[in-house]
Structures are given as structure tokens and as C-alpha cells.
Design a protein around this ligand. Structure first.
Ligand SMILES: C[S@@+](CC[C@H](N)C(=O)[O-])C[C@H]1O[C@@H](n2cnc3c(N)ncnc32)[C@H](O)[C@@H]1O
Length: 263
């Protein structure tokens, strides 16, 4: 859908882009509860600190209705562009209607793959899904709260796809829950907020056996190995406060943040 002429002459403000609360589907409750704009600004500040540039082509995996997109609209220049990919059709529709229709270099693309929490009817597994983008076509791949909802095979496959679509020298920043010596000890016991008693193979743990995608944490060794297999070199891990530890550096949210590059 092409934007009206008056909008093409200047960039829309964040207020003009943010979908109204009543337009957000129930899957996007998190965006209703928290400040849509402020969350995006925090994502952007961290992404900039990790090398995001205004001319970058950005892929936002598990984009939701576009909290990062709205912040990027004020940062990317005319050479930059944004693609949001999500398995929930309603959030993709909202992103296209309220955000991409007003910005020529922005789009939201539906990934019709199975997720027990967000797209139950799909038959294709995320593990078998090839992103609908060319090799080496993005400078920066971002995700917030996506890997926390992917089972291990899906997570390895998504990292492989990130490695495929990133240009050489491109970067990826993803949030995740990492199981390591500190976090495993801290979340043991039923009174822990993040008690996750259900093993997924020997590489991850879930809170719920019936719907593991609701909350998944991964062994750090598995995640490091999956990055290496995907030709992604981990540059930095910022351990967040989710397990009760002090965060090891700046970032956003309480999850762990992994920054990696494609050499
Ligand atoms: C907690 S939401 C976070 C949304 C967004 N990143 C934000 O912070 O506003 C997780 C999103 O991941 C999407 N998702 C889950 N599984 C997915 C998959 N296999 N591929 C793409 N998106 C997925 C969900 O539909 C949901 O919109």
C-alpha cells in the first residue's frame, strides 16, 4: 500500500506510527501493557551501541507489531530499510497497516510456521523454515523475546538462517535465557520465578511440559555451539538480571543479550 502524498514529504512521528491500543491483537498484550515507544527506544539505544548504522538493512525476527520498527523509523536514513518477520498474522497485519503503509522502506512479512503460543494452525515447523530473503541481504538482524519461545531445533535453524541472510561483517543481537553455572543454581526450586523443571533434550529447559514455547531457556554451551555452526562469532554476552544476578553490562530488559558477527 502506497502512503498518501502528504506523508511522503516528511517522516511520520512515532505518535503517528504507533498502532492504537485497540488495534493490537491479544497476542501483543505485552505491547499494550508496557510503553510501546519507550521499549523500542531502549532496543534502538542498545543496537546502536552494538554497531547499528542509519543506512543498514535491518531484519527484526519475531517483530510483533513493531516496537523496534517505530524507533527505527526515526533513525534509519533513506538508504536504510526494515523488515519485520513474525509468525502471528494479526501482528503482521497491524504492522503493515499502521507502520509500513507510512514508510516506503519498511515492511512486515508473515512467517506461516508453527508456534504453540502464536500460530497453532500452521503445519510447517520453524526448524524447516527458510527465511524468504536472499543470502547476504541484511546488515543487522535483531530479535527481542523470540529465542525464549523457540524449541531447540527451531533455535538452531533460526541461527543458521541468520548466518545465511547476514552480509559479511553483519551483526546480530538476540535476547535469550542462558543456563549456566550462575543461572541454573539461581532458578532451582519451585519458589523461583523462573523454575523450569521440564528438560527439552539435554540442551534446554521449559516451564511448561504441555506448551514448552511459553518459556524456554538454553544451555549456554549449546547456544555457543549453535552460533559457531551458523558461522556467527559471538562478540559479547551481556548477562541480564532475569535469574537474580546483577546485569553484567548495559542493555535492555532482564534477559541475556548475545551480540555476534558474521566474519
Ligand atoms: C514476546 S513477542 C516479542 C515481540 C517483539 N520482538 C517485541 O519485543 O515487541 C514474541 C514474538 O515472536 C513471534 N514468534 C514466535 N515464534 C516465531 C517464529 N518461529 N518465527 C517468527 N516469529 C515468531 C511471536 O508471534 C511474537 O510476536
Amino acid at each position: 500500500m502506497r502512503s498518501p502524498r502528504w506523508l511522503r514529504t516528511r517522516k511520520p512521528t512515532a505518535e503517528e506510527l504507533i498502532p492504537p491500543r485497540k488495534a493490537l491483537p491479544k497476542e501483543a498484550r505485552y505491547a499494550k501493557m508496557r510503553d510501546f515507544r519507550q521499549a523500542g527506544v531502549r532496543f534502538l539505544d542498545t543496537a546502536k551501541a552494538k554497531g547499528l548504522e542509519p543506512h543498514d538493512r535491518v531484519l527484526d525476527l519475531g517483530s510483533g507489531p513493531g516496537r523496534f520498527a517505530v524507533a527505527l523509523a526515526g533513525f534509519l536514513d533513506d538508504d536504510g530499510s526494515y523488515v519485520g518477520l513474525d509468525t502471528s498474522k494479526p501482528v503482521i497485519d497491524v504492522g503493515n497497516e499502521w507502520i509500513a503503509s507510512k514508510l516506503p522502506n519498511f515492511e512486515f512479512v508473515w512467517a506461516d510456521v508453527f508456534n504453540a503460543s502464536y500460530n497453532r494452525k500452521a503445519s510447517e515447523k520453524a526448524a524447516a523454515y527458510r527465511f524468504p530473503f536472499d543470502d547476504a541481504s541484511f546488515d543487522f538482524v535483531f530479535s527481542n523475546s523470540l529465542f525464549t519461545h523457540l524449541v531447540p531445533d527451531d533455535a538452531s535453524s533460526y541461527l543458521h538462517e541468520i548466518g545465511r541472510v547476514l552480509k559479511d561483517g553483519g551483526r546480530t543481537l538476540n535476547t535469550i535465557f542462558l543456563l549456566n553455572e550462575q543461572s541454573v543454581g539461581a532458578i532451582e526450586g519451585e519458589d523461583s520465578r523462573h523454575y523450569a523443571p521440564h528438560p527439552l533434550g539435554d540442551v534446554a529447559r521449559a516451564k511448561r511440559a504441555d506448551r514448552p514455547e511459553a518459556w524456554i531457556a538454553f544451555d549456554e554451551a549449546f547456544v555457543r555451539d549453535a552460533h559457531a555452526q551458523a558461522d556467527l562469532q559471538i562478540e559479547e554476552i551481556r548477562y541480564g538480571s532475569w535469574s537474580g544476578r546483577e546485569p553484567t553490562g548495559p542493555g535492555f530488559g532482564t534477559k541475556d543479550i548475545i551480540v555476534a558477527t558474521k566474519p
